[in-house]
Ligand binder design. Structure first.
Ligand code: GAR
Length: 219
């Protein structure tokens, strides 16, 4: 039998994706996993209050307190030590994780990104900047992506994606909220549950989801 997986959620801001994970957990939709720890990169993150309210242990490991990304990585690894974390979820975590954390948690870090990767992603594309670029492109559809994290920013294997329409009259705020509501808050908890159920296989830079008839090759 699979042992229940311990999930650490990393946040920097409002924490609506953390809230979606907490709500999914309360509905029993994170099968075989539980959020045991929330780490924030700054003490202003409203996500900390969401963790507090849900009774989840939380801590600030401030990016500003460390001179280099190497020192920040070491502080993150120290914070995770002895917590038996099986999965790290980046839920609006806006600091870049360095190679030592990525190596130690290889294929065990999931990020949510507010576009259809490989579009509008990589260095400099985060938060509302993504939606500003999407609107400037004139595209009629965007979406969100849950993916594994590797050394390439937003370059790891894609787990789930969902498309969202762009409507006339949208601005960054309207589009950001629609992408969150229609895509991010749905696919992030699903991807986390699939991981905890051990249903994701990585093949090269792609994933195969076990036991999903809709995604299986019917040839
Ligand atoms: C979300 O839209 C998330 O996809 C994005 O930041 C927002 C955080 O909101 N993340 C990135 O852009 C990462 N490249 P939240 O704090 O309310 O979850």
């Amino acid at each position: 039998m699979l042992s229940v997986k311990n999930i650490a959620v990393f946040v920097s801001g409002g924490g609506t994706n953390l809230q979606a994970l907490i709500d999914a957990q309360e509905r029993g939709e994170i099968r075989n996993g539980r959020i045991t720890y929330v780490l924030a990169s700054n003490d202003k993150a409203y996500a900390l209050q969401r963790a507090e309210k849900a009774g989840i242990e939380h801590e600030v490991v401030s990016r500003k307190a460390y001179a280099s990304s190497e020192e920040y990585d070491a502080a993150i690894l120290a914070a995770l030590e002895n917590r038996s974390i099986d999965l790290i979820v980046l839920a609006g975590f806006l600091s870049i994780l360095g190679p030592t954390v990525i190596e130690q948690y290889r294929n065990r870090i999931i990020n949510i990104h507010p576009s259809l990767i490989p579009l509008f992603c990589g260095d400099g594309f985060y938060g509302k900047k993504v939606h500003t670029a999407v609107l400037a492109s004139g595209m009629k559809v965007t979406g969100a992506t849950a993916h594994f994290v590797n050394e390439i920013t937003d370059g790891g294997a894609i787990i789930l994606q969902k498309a969202v329409p762009i409507e006339q009259g949208d601005n960054e705020d309207i589009l950001q909220y629609r992408v969150m509501r229609q895509a991010e808050w749905e696919i992030l908890p699903k991807a986390v549950s699939l991981f905890c159920e051990d249903r994701i296989r990585i093949v090269g830079n792609r994933t195969v989801i076990l036991g999903d008839r809709n995604l299986e090759n019917k040839e």
